[in-house]
Design a protein around this ligand. Sequence first.
Ligand code: FAD
Length: 461
Amino acid sequence: MTDVDYCVVGGGFAGLAAALRLKQAGRTVALLEARDRLGGRTFTEVRTDGSWIDRGGAWIGPGQDRVRAMMHEFGVPSYRQYTDGEAMIVVDGEQHRYTGTVPWSMSPWAAMNIGAALLELGHMCKSIPLEAPWTAGNADKWDRVSLAHWLHHNTLSKSAYALLETAIAGCYTSDAAEVSLLFVLYQMASGGGPGFVLGVHDGAQDARPVGGMGAIYRPMAVELGDSIHLAQPVRHIHQDADKVTVRSDELIVRARRVIVAVPLAIASQILFDPMLPVDRSFLHQRMPSGSIIKTAVVYDEPFWRADDLSGQSAAPGSPATITIDACTDTGRPGILCVITEGPIARRIGRLDAPERRAATLTALAERFGDKARTPVDYIEQNWSIERYSGGGMLSHAPTGVLTQFGHALRRPCGRIHWAGTESSAVMCGWVDGAIRSGERAASEVVEHESLVTSGGKSTTR
Ligand SMILES: Cc1cc2nc3c(=O)[nH]c(=O)nc-3n(C[C@H](O)[C@H](O)[C@H](O)COP(=O)(O)OP(=O)(O)OC[C@H]3O[C@@H](n4cnc5c(N)ncnc54)[C@H](O)[C@@H]3O)c2cc1C
Protein backbone atom coordinates (compact mmCIF):
# COMPACT_ATOMS: atom_id res chain seq x y z
CA MET A 1 0.00 0.00 0.00
CA THR A 2 1.41 3.39 -1.01
CA ASP A 3 -0.03 6.68 0.18
CA VAL A 4 0.70 9.69 -2.05
CA ASP A 5 -0.82 13.05 -2.97
CA TYR A 6 -1.62 11.96 -6.53
CA CYS A 7 -1.63 8.81 -8.60
CA VAL A 8 -1.04 8.79 -12.37
CA VAL A 9 -2.08 5.84 -14.52
CA GLY A 10 -0.05 5.39 -17.71
CA GLY A 11 3.58 6.20 -18.49
CA GLY A 12 3.27 7.57 -22.01
CA PHE A 13 4.10 11.24 -22.59
CA ALA A 14 0.78 12.39 -21.05
CA GLY A 15 1.24 10.49 -17.80
CA LEU A 16 4.94 11.30 -17.57
CA ALA A 17 4.29 15.02 -18.12
CA ALA A 18 1.51 15.04 -15.50
CA ALA A 19 3.64 13.22 -12.91
CA LEU A 20 6.70 15.36 -13.64
CA ARG A 21 4.86 18.66 -13.22
CA LEU A 22 3.26 17.44 -9.97
CA LYS A 23 6.58 16.28 -8.57
CA GLN A 24 8.22 19.57 -9.60
CA ALA A 25 5.40 21.36 -7.73
CA GLY A 26 6.42 19.50 -4.56
CA ARG A 27 3.68 16.85 -4.52
CA THR A 28 4.20 13.13 -3.94
CA VAL A 29 3.23 11.01 -6.93
CA ALA A 30 2.94 7.34 -7.87
CA LEU A 31 2.89 6.60 -11.61
CA LEU A 32 1.64 3.11 -12.47
CA GLU A 33 2.57 1.86 -15.94
CA ALA A 34 1.23 -1.42 -17.32
CA ARG A 35 4.22 -2.32 -19.49
CA ASP A 36 7.76 -3.01 -18.40
CA ARG A 37 8.84 0.09 -20.35
CA LEU A 38 7.82 3.75 -20.57
CA GLY A 39 6.86 5.79 -23.63
CA GLY A 40 3.54 4.15 -24.56
CA ARG A 41 2.85 4.80 -28.24
CA THR A 42 6.43 6.06 -28.57
CA PHE A 43 9.15 3.43 -28.24
CA THR A 44 12.76 4.19 -29.08
CA GLU A 45 15.08 1.27 -29.64
CA VAL A 46 18.81 1.97 -29.62
CA ARG A 47 20.75 -0.33 -31.99
CA THR A 48 24.21 -1.72 -31.25
CA ASP A 49 25.82 0.77 -33.66
CA GLY A 50 24.31 3.67 -31.65
CA SER A 51 21.64 4.52 -34.22
CA TRP A 52 18.06 4.52 -33.01
CA ILE A 53 14.68 3.44 -34.31
CA ASP A 54 11.44 5.08 -33.28
CA ARG A 55 8.97 2.20 -33.39
CA GLY A 56 6.08 4.59 -32.67
CA GLY A 57 5.75 8.39 -32.63
CA ALA A 58 8.85 10.06 -34.06
CA TRP A 59 8.37 13.43 -35.75
CA ILE A 60 7.76 16.94 -34.46
CA GLY A 61 6.68 20.09 -36.27
CA PRO A 62 6.27 23.84 -35.91
CA GLY A 63 3.69 24.89 -33.31
CA GLN A 64 4.41 21.85 -31.15
CA ASP A 65 5.68 24.12 -28.42
CA ARG A 66 5.18 21.83 -25.43
CA VAL A 67 7.30 18.99 -26.80
CA ARG A 68 9.87 21.62 -27.78
CA ALA A 69 9.78 23.02 -24.23
CA MET A 70 10.29 19.54 -22.79
CA MET A 71 13.25 19.01 -25.18
CA HIS A 72 14.69 22.34 -24.08
CA GLU A 73 14.27 21.39 -20.39
CA PHE A 74 16.26 18.19 -20.90
CA GLY A 75 18.76 19.52 -23.45
CA VAL A 76 17.54 17.41 -26.39
CA PRO A 77 18.43 18.96 -29.78
CA SER A 78 16.48 18.33 -32.99
CA TYR A 79 17.40 17.85 -36.64
CA ARG A 80 15.43 18.52 -39.82
CA GLN A 81 13.78 15.72 -41.79
CA TYR A 82 15.67 14.86 -45.01
CA THR A 83 13.60 16.23 -47.90
CA ASP A 84 16.16 16.67 -50.71
CA GLY A 85 15.42 14.88 -53.96
CA GLU A 86 12.15 13.75 -55.46
CA ALA A 87 9.16 12.18 -53.76
CA MET A 88 7.18 9.45 -55.51
CA ILE A 89 3.58 8.35 -55.81
CA VAL A 90 2.37 5.17 -57.45
CA VAL A 91 -1.11 5.30 -58.94
CA ASP A 92 -2.66 2.61 -61.13
CA GLY A 93 0.70 0.85 -61.23
CA GLU A 94 2.49 3.93 -62.62
CA GLN A 95 5.26 5.73 -60.76
CA HIS A 96 5.39 9.52 -60.70
CA ARG A 97 8.40 11.35 -59.28
CA TYR A 98 7.87 14.95 -58.25
CA THR A 99 9.16 17.85 -56.17
CA GLY A 100 7.03 20.34 -54.25
CA THR A 101 3.63 19.34 -52.94
CA VAL A 102 1.67 18.45 -56.08
CA PRO A 103 2.48 15.46 -58.35
CA TRP A 104 1.31 17.19 -61.57
CA SER A 105 2.61 14.43 -63.87
CA MET A 106 0.04 12.01 -62.43
CA SER A 107 -2.82 13.90 -64.10
CA PRO A 108 -3.15 17.67 -63.81
CA TRP A 109 -6.90 17.14 -63.45
CA ALA A 110 -6.54 14.78 -60.47
CA ALA A 111 -3.81 16.96 -58.95
CA MET A 112 -6.07 20.04 -59.17
CA ASN A 113 -8.89 18.04 -57.63
CA ILE A 114 -6.67 17.02 -54.71
CA GLY A 115 -5.50 20.62 -54.22
CA ALA A 116 -9.09 21.93 -54.27
CA ALA A 117 -10.29 19.28 -51.80
CA LEU A 118 -7.48 20.11 -49.38
CA LEU A 119 -8.23 23.84 -49.66
CA GLU A 120 -11.87 23.16 -48.87
CA LEU A 121 -10.97 21.00 -45.87
CA GLY A 122 -8.63 23.77 -44.66
CA HIS A 123 -11.45 26.27 -44.99
CA MET A 124 -13.84 24.01 -43.02
CA CYS A 125 -11.19 23.49 -40.30
CA LYS A 126 -11.15 27.26 -39.67
CA SER A 127 -14.74 27.11 -38.38
CA ILE A 128 -13.96 24.53 -35.67
CA PRO A 129 -13.76 25.82 -32.05
CA LEU A 130 -10.91 23.67 -30.74
CA GLU A 131 -12.08 23.50 -27.11
CA ALA A 132 -15.57 22.43 -28.18
CA PRO A 133 -15.72 21.20 -31.80
CA TRP A 134 -19.23 19.88 -31.15
CA THR A 135 -20.43 23.50 -31.01
CA ALA A 136 -19.24 24.35 -34.56
CA GLY A 137 -21.99 25.84 -36.72
CA ASN A 138 -22.00 22.76 -38.95
CA ALA A 139 -21.15 20.26 -36.22
CA ASP A 140 -24.37 18.25 -36.54
CA LYS A 141 -24.12 18.07 -40.32
CA TRP A 142 -20.43 17.10 -40.34
CA ASP A 143 -20.76 14.59 -37.52
CA ARG A 144 -23.49 12.71 -39.38
CA VAL A 145 -21.23 11.80 -42.26
CA SER A 146 -17.98 9.92 -42.60
CA LEU A 147 -14.80 11.08 -44.26
CA ALA A 148 -15.59 8.56 -47.05
CA HIS A 149 -18.92 10.27 -47.71
CA TRP A 150 -17.26 13.66 -48.01
CA LEU A 151 -14.44 12.35 -50.24
CA HIS A 152 -16.98 10.62 -52.44
CA HIS A 153 -18.77 13.93 -53.04
CA ASN A 154 -15.62 16.00 -53.45
CA THR A 155 -13.38 13.93 -55.71
CA LEU A 156 -13.82 13.55 -59.42
CA SER A 157 -11.52 10.62 -60.18
CA LYS A 158 -10.62 7.26 -58.69
CA SER A 159 -6.96 8.23 -58.33
CA ALA A 160 -7.76 11.51 -56.53
CA TYR A 161 -10.00 9.56 -54.14
CA ALA A 162 -7.38 6.87 -53.55
CA LEU A 163 -4.60 9.37 -52.82
CA LEU A 164 -6.72 11.54 -50.56
CA GLU A 165 -8.03 8.50 -48.72
CA THR A 166 -4.49 7.18 -48.22
CA ALA A 167 -3.30 10.55 -46.96
CA ILE A 168 -6.23 11.59 -44.78
CA ALA A 169 -7.82 8.34 -43.56
CA GLY A 170 -4.21 7.15 -43.06
CA CYS A 171 -3.88 9.70 -40.25
CA TYR A 172 -6.63 7.78 -38.42
CA THR A 173 -5.22 4.42 -39.57
CA SER A 174 -8.73 3.41 -40.58
CA ASP A 175 -10.98 3.11 -43.59
CA ALA A 176 -12.43 6.54 -44.47
CA ALA A 177 -15.92 5.14 -43.76
CA GLU A 178 -14.98 4.55 -40.12
CA VAL A 179 -14.20 8.17 -39.18
CA SER A 180 -16.54 11.12 -38.66
CA LEU A 181 -15.90 14.13 -40.90
CA LEU A 182 -16.28 16.39 -37.84
CA PHE A 183 -13.57 14.45 -36.02
CA VAL A 184 -11.23 14.73 -39.03
CA LEU A 185 -11.78 18.50 -39.19
CA TYR A 186 -11.27 18.86 -35.44
CA GLN A 187 -8.10 16.78 -35.35
CA MET A 188 -6.65 18.58 -38.35
CA ALA A 189 -7.64 21.99 -36.95
CA SER A 190 -5.98 21.12 -33.64
CA GLY A 191 -2.68 20.93 -35.55
CA GLY A 192 -3.32 24.02 -37.70
CA GLY A 193 -5.04 22.45 -40.73
CA PRO A 194 -4.38 19.85 -43.45
CA GLY A 195 -1.16 21.55 -44.60
CA PHE A 196 0.42 20.85 -41.23
CA VAL A 197 -1.02 17.37 -40.76
CA LEU A 198 -0.03 16.06 -44.18
CA GLY A 199 3.11 18.14 -44.62
CA VAL A 200 6.73 17.16 -44.14
CA HIS A 201 8.77 20.35 -44.52
CA ASP A 202 7.22 22.84 -42.00
CA GLY A 203 4.55 20.22 -41.31
CA ALA A 204 4.06 17.44 -38.77
CA GLN A 205 7.12 15.55 -40.10
CA ASP A 206 9.42 18.57 -40.12
CA ALA A 207 12.02 17.40 -37.59
CA ARG A 208 13.02 14.75 -35.06
CA PRO A 209 14.65 14.82 -31.63
CA VAL A 210 18.27 13.66 -31.77
CA GLY A 211 18.19 10.25 -30.09
CA GLY A 212 14.51 9.76 -30.89
CA MET A 213 11.54 10.23 -28.57
CA GLY A 214 13.35 8.15 -25.96
CA ALA A 215 15.87 10.96 -25.59
CA ILE A 216 12.96 12.97 -24.10
CA TYR A 217 11.04 10.39 -22.07
CA ARG A 218 14.12 8.78 -20.48
CA PRO A 219 15.34 11.91 -18.63
CA MET A 220 11.73 12.66 -17.59
CA ALA A 221 11.72 9.19 -16.01
CA VAL A 222 15.07 9.80 -14.31
CA GLU A 223 13.67 12.92 -12.65
CA LEU A 224 10.61 10.98 -11.52
CA GLY A 225 12.85 8.27 -10.04
CA ASP A 226 11.10 5.87 -7.68
CA SER A 227 7.71 7.49 -8.28
CA ILE A 228 7.51 5.18 -11.31
CA HIS A 229 6.19 1.64 -10.95
CA LEU A 230 6.56 -0.47 -14.10
CA ALA A 231 4.64 -3.64 -15.00
CA GLN A 232 1.63 -2.50 -12.93
CA PRO A 233 -1.47 -2.64 -15.13
CA VAL A 234 -4.18 -0.82 -13.21
CA ARG A 235 -7.29 -2.97 -12.88
CA HIS A 236 -9.49 -1.04 -10.51
CA ILE A 237 -10.09 2.56 -9.42
CA HIS A 238 -12.35 3.15 -6.44
CA GLN A 239 -13.30 6.58 -5.15
CA ASP A 240 -14.78 7.39 -1.77
CA ALA A 241 -15.55 10.65 0.01
CA ASP A 242 -11.88 11.35 0.88
CA LYS A 243 -9.62 9.57 -1.56
CA VAL A 244 -9.12 7.29 -4.51
CA THR A 245 -7.77 3.76 -4.28
CA VAL A 246 -5.95 2.57 -7.38
CA ARG A 247 -5.18 -1.14 -7.65
CA SER A 248 -2.85 -3.04 -9.94
CA ASP A 249 -2.10 -6.74 -9.43
CA GLU A 250 0.65 -5.96 -6.94
CA LEU A 251 0.13 -2.41 -5.69
CA ILE A 252 -2.55 -0.45 -3.90
CA VAL A 253 -2.16 3.32 -4.10
CA ARG A 254 -4.22 5.72 -1.98
CA ALA A 255 -4.24 9.29 -3.29
CA ARG A 256 -6.29 12.48 -3.20
CA ARG A 257 -6.91 12.31 -6.94
CA VAL A 258 -5.90 10.18 -9.89
CA ILE A 259 -4.97 11.23 -13.43
CA VAL A 260 -5.83 8.51 -15.94
CA ALA A 261 -3.60 8.85 -19.03
CA VAL A 262 -4.34 5.70 -21.05
CA PRO A 263 -5.66 5.63 -24.65
CA LEU A 264 -9.45 6.07 -24.81
CA ALA A 265 -9.71 2.87 -26.84
CA ILE A 266 -8.64 0.77 -23.84
CA ALA A 267 -9.75 2.92 -20.88
CA SER A 268 -12.76 0.66 -20.30
CA GLN A 269 -10.41 -2.20 -19.39
CA ILE A 270 -10.15 -0.49 -15.99
CA LEU A 271 -13.01 -1.17 -13.58
CA PHE A 272 -14.26 2.14 -12.18
CA ASP A 273 -16.14 1.98 -8.90
CA PRO A 274 -18.57 3.65 -8.60
CA MET A 275 -19.34 3.49 -12.31
CA LEU A 276 -18.40 6.51 -14.36
CA PRO A 277 -21.14 8.88 -15.51
CA VAL A 278 -22.89 7.53 -18.60
CA ASP A 279 -21.38 10.02 -21.06
CA ARG A 280 -17.83 9.20 -20.00
CA SER A 281 -18.26 5.44 -19.95
CA PHE A 282 -20.03 5.52 -23.33
CA LEU A 283 -17.18 7.65 -24.70
CA HIS A 284 -14.82 4.81 -23.72
CA GLN A 285 -16.96 2.41 -25.74
CA ARG A 286 -17.11 4.67 -28.77
CA MET A 287 -13.57 5.88 -29.52
CA PRO A 288 -11.65 2.98 -31.09
CA SER A 289 -8.13 3.07 -32.50
CA GLY A 290 -7.07 2.13 -36.00
CA SER A 291 -4.44 -0.34 -37.22
CA ILE A 292 -0.86 0.53 -38.04
CA ILE A 293 2.32 -1.40 -38.75
CA LYS A 294 5.49 0.67 -38.66
CA THR A 295 8.63 -0.97 -39.98
CA ALA A 296 12.21 0.30 -39.97
CA VAL A 297 14.14 -1.22 -42.87
CA VAL A 298 17.84 -0.64 -42.26
CA TYR A 299 20.55 -0.55 -44.98
CA ASP A 300 24.26 0.19 -44.79
CA GLU A 301 23.55 3.56 -46.35
CA PRO A 302 20.58 5.61 -47.60
CA PHE A 303 21.11 4.55 -51.23
CA TRP A 304 17.91 6.29 -52.40
CA ARG A 305 19.52 9.67 -51.66
CA ALA A 306 22.17 9.01 -54.33
CA ASP A 307 19.35 8.29 -56.79
CA ASP A 308 17.95 11.77 -56.09
CA LEU A 309 15.01 10.36 -54.13
CA SER A 310 13.90 11.76 -50.77
CA GLY A 311 12.66 8.36 -49.60
CA GLN A 312 9.13 9.73 -49.35
CA SER A 313 6.61 7.70 -51.32
CA ALA A 314 2.92 6.79 -51.32
CA ALA A 315 1.29 3.84 -53.04
CA PRO A 316 -2.38 3.32 -52.13
CA GLY A 317 -3.16 -0.37 -51.60
CA SER A 318 0.48 -1.49 -51.36
CA PRO A 319 1.84 -3.40 -48.33
CA ALA A 320 4.37 -0.58 -48.10
CA THR A 321 1.77 2.16 -48.41
CA ILE A 322 3.92 5.05 -47.24
CA THR A 323 7.66 5.39 -46.92
CA ILE A 324 9.80 8.14 -45.47
CA ASP A 325 13.52 8.56 -44.81
CA ALA A 326 14.07 7.82 -41.11
CA CYS A 327 17.86 8.14 -40.85
CA THR A 328 19.31 9.61 -37.68
CA ASP A 329 21.02 13.01 -37.70
CA THR A 330 24.27 11.44 -38.96
CA GLY A 331 22.59 10.00 -42.09
CA ARG A 332 24.14 6.56 -41.45
CA PRO A 333 22.97 3.80 -41.58
CA GLY A 334 20.18 4.16 -44.15
CA ILE A 335 16.83 3.76 -42.44
CA LEU A 336 13.65 3.69 -44.47
CA CYS A 337 10.43 3.86 -42.47
CA VAL A 338 7.49 1.94 -43.95
CA ILE A 339 4.01 2.71 -42.69
CA THR A 340 0.98 0.56 -43.47
CA GLU A 341 -2.36 1.60 -42.10
CA GLY A 342 -6.04 0.70 -41.78
CA PRO A 343 -7.53 -2.23 -43.71
CA ILE A 344 -4.21 -3.02 -45.47
CA ALA A 345 -2.41 -3.20 -42.13
CA ARG A 346 -5.02 -5.68 -40.92
CA ARG A 347 -4.75 -7.67 -44.14
CA ILE A 348 -0.98 -7.98 -44.12
CA GLY A 349 -1.09 -8.47 -40.35
CA ARG A 350 -2.75 -11.82 -41.07
CA LEU A 351 0.28 -13.01 -43.10
CA ASP A 352 3.05 -14.74 -41.25
CA ALA A 353 6.13 -12.60 -40.59
CA PRO A 354 8.37 -13.90 -43.46
CA GLU A 355 5.52 -13.46 -45.98
CA ARG A 356 4.87 -9.92 -44.78
CA ARG A 357 8.57 -9.08 -44.96
CA ALA A 358 8.80 -10.49 -48.51
CA ALA A 359 5.74 -8.50 -49.64
CA THR A 360 7.11 -5.30 -48.11
CA LEU A 361 10.61 -5.68 -49.60
CA THR A 362 9.17 -6.48 -53.05
CA ALA A 363 7.09 -3.29 -52.89
CA LEU A 364 10.16 -1.29 -51.85
CA ALA A 365 12.28 -2.80 -54.65
CA GLU A 366 9.65 -1.78 -57.22
CA ARG A 367 10.00 1.81 -56.01
CA PHE A 368 13.67 2.12 -55.00
CA GLY A 369 15.40 -0.60 -56.98
CA ASP A 370 16.94 -3.98 -56.19
CA LYS A 371 19.15 -2.67 -53.36
CA ALA A 372 15.95 -2.40 -51.33
CA ARG A 373 15.68 -6.21 -51.26
CA THR A 374 18.68 -6.72 -48.98
CA PRO A 375 18.43 -4.77 -45.74
CA VAL A 376 20.82 -5.41 -42.86
CA ASP A 377 18.05 -5.13 -40.30
CA TYR A 378 14.25 -5.22 -40.37
CA ILE A 379 12.35 -4.05 -37.28
CA GLU A 380 8.59 -4.30 -37.38
CA GLN A 381 6.09 -2.96 -34.86
CA ASN A 382 2.43 -3.90 -35.21
CA TRP A 383 0.56 -1.49 -32.95
CA SER A 384 -2.76 -3.13 -33.75
CA ILE A 385 -1.91 -6.04 -31.45
CA GLU A 386 -0.44 -4.02 -28.57
CA ARG A 387 -2.60 -4.81 -25.53
CA TYR A 388 -1.84 -1.52 -23.78
CA SER A 389 -2.29 0.73 -26.84
CA GLY A 390 -5.32 -0.89 -28.46
CA GLY A 391 -4.05 0.19 -31.90
CA GLY A 392 -2.58 3.44 -33.14
CA MET A 393 -1.87 6.19 -33.89
CA LEU A 394 -4.82 7.66 -31.97
CA SER A 395 -8.33 6.82 -30.85
CA HIS A 396 -10.79 8.42 -33.31
CA ALA A 397 -14.49 9.29 -33.21
CA PRO A 398 -16.84 7.55 -35.64
CA THR A 399 -19.96 9.44 -36.77
CA GLY A 400 -22.22 10.85 -34.07
CA VAL A 401 -19.72 10.51 -31.22
CA LEU A 402 -18.22 13.99 -30.87
CA THR A 403 -21.58 15.77 -30.88
CA GLN A 404 -23.07 13.31 -28.36
CA PHE A 405 -20.14 12.55 -26.06
CA GLY A 406 -17.30 14.98 -26.91
CA HIS A 407 -18.13 17.17 -23.91
CA ALA A 408 -16.96 14.31 -21.66
CA LEU A 409 -13.43 14.23 -23.14
CA ARG A 410 -11.79 16.33 -20.42
CA ARG A 411 -14.45 16.74 -17.75
CA PRO A 412 -13.20 15.20 -14.45
CA CYS A 413 -15.38 12.52 -12.86
CA GLY A 414 -15.14 13.19 -9.15
CA ARG A 415 -11.55 12.49 -8.14
CA ILE A 416 -10.65 11.11 -11.56
CA HIS A 417 -9.00 13.48 -14.07
CA TRP A 418 -8.28 12.62 -17.69
CA ALA A 419 -5.13 13.08 -19.75
CA GLY A 420 -3.88 11.52 -22.98
CA THR A 421 -3.33 13.03 -26.39
CA GLU A 422 -6.97 12.43 -27.36
CA SER A 423 -8.04 14.86 -24.64
CA SER A 424 -5.93 17.74 -25.94
CA ALA A 425 -7.64 20.55 -27.84
CA VAL A 426 -4.30 21.50 -29.39
CA MET A 427 -2.16 18.95 -31.29
CA CYS A 428 -4.65 16.18 -30.53
CA GLY A 429 -3.07 12.89 -31.59
CA TRP A 430 0.55 13.97 -31.37
CA VAL A 431 3.19 13.67 -28.65
CA ASP A 432 2.88 17.42 -28.17
CA GLY A 433 -0.85 17.02 -27.44
CA ALA A 434 -0.06 14.25 -24.96
CA ILE A 435 2.33 16.53 -23.05
CA ARG A 436 -0.19 19.38 -23.10
CA SER A 437 -2.90 17.08 -21.74
CA GLY A 438 -0.67 15.85 -18.91
CA GLU A 439 0.32 19.38 -17.95
CA ARG A 440 -3.34 20.47 -18.08
CA ALA A 441 -4.44 17.59 -15.84
CA ALA A 442 -1.63 18.35 -13.35
CA SER A 443 -2.79 21.98 -13.17
CA GLU A 444 -6.39 20.83 -12.71
CA VAL A 445 -5.63 18.74 -9.62
CA VAL A 446 -3.42 21.44 -8.08
CA GLU A 447 -6.04 24.09 -8.83
CA HIS A 448 -8.57 21.90 -7.09
CA GLU A 449 -6.42 21.95 -3.92
CA SER A 450 -6.44 25.74 -3.87
CA LEU A 451 -10.21 25.71 -4.38
CA VAL A 452 -10.55 23.48 -1.34
CA THR A 453 -8.13 25.44 0.88
CA SER A 454 -9.69 28.79 -0.03
CA GLY A 455 -13.13 27.38 0.76
CA GLY A 456 -14.11 27.62 -2.90
CA LYS A 457 -16.64 25.20 -4.28
CA SER A 458 -15.35 22.13 -6.08
CA THR A 459 -16.19 22.27 -9.77
CA THR A 460 -15.54 18.60 -10.29
CA ARG A 461 -18.49 16.98 -8.57
C1 FAD B 1 3.14 4.17 -35.33
C2 FAD B 1 2.88 5.50 -34.71
C3 FAD B 1 3.44 6.63 -35.26
C4 FAD B 1 3.23 7.88 -34.69
N1 FAD B 1 3.87 8.97 -35.21
C5 FAD B 1 3.85 10.14 -34.52
C6 FAD B 1 4.75 11.20 -34.86
O1 FAD B 1 5.57 11.07 -35.78
N2 FAD B 1 4.69 12.35 -34.13
C7 FAD B 1 3.83 12.49 -33.06
O2 FAD B 1 3.83 13.55 -32.42
N3 FAD B 1 2.98 11.49 -32.71
C8 FAD B 1 3.00 10.32 -33.39
N4 FAD B 1 2.22 9.27 -32.99
C9 FAD B 1 1.25 9.49 -31.91
C10 FAD B 1 1.94 9.59 -30.53
O3 FAD B 1 2.81 8.51 -30.38
C11 FAD B 1 0.87 9.61 -29.46
O4 FAD B 1 0.02 10.71 -29.67
C12 FAD B 1 1.42 9.77 -28.04
O5 FAD B 1 2.54 8.95 -27.83
C13 FAD B 1 0.31 9.44 -27.06
O6 FAD B 1 0.77 9.61 -25.74
P1 FAD B 1 -0.23 9.33 -24.52
O7 FAD B 1 0.58 9.49 -23.30
O8 FAD B 1 -1.46 10.12 -24.69
O9 FAD B 1 -0.68 7.81 -24.70
P2 FAD B 1 0.26 6.42 -24.71
O10 FAD B 1 1.56 6.80 -25.28
O11 FAD B 1 -0.56 5.44 -25.35
O12 FAD B 1 0.45 6.19 -23.18
C14 FAD B 1 -0.50 5.48 -22.42
C15 FAD B 1 0.24 4.60 -21.43
O13 FAD B 1 -0.71 3.96 -20.59
C16 FAD B 1 -0.28 2.63 -20.37
N5 FAD B 1 -1.45 1.86 -19.96
C17 FAD B 1 -2.47 1.40 -20.70
N6 FAD B 1 -3.37 0.77 -19.93
C18 FAD B 1 -2.90 0.84 -18.66
C19 FAD B 1 -3.37 0.36 -17.41
N7 FAD B 1 -4.52 -0.29 -17.29
N8 FAD B 1 -2.62 0.59 -16.31
C20 FAD B 1 -1.46 1.26 -16.38
N9 FAD B 1 -0.96 1.73 -17.54
C21 FAD B 1 -1.68 1.53 -18.67
C22 FAD B 1 0.31 2.22 -21.70
O14 FAD B 1 1.17 1.11 -21.56
C23 FAD B 1 1.04 3.49 -22.10
O15 FAD B 1 2.36 3.52 -21.65
C24 FAD B 1 2.39 8.01 -33.56
C25 FAD B 1 1.82 6.87 -32.98
C26 FAD B 1 2.06 5.63 -33.55
C27 FAD B 1 1.46 4.40 -32.92
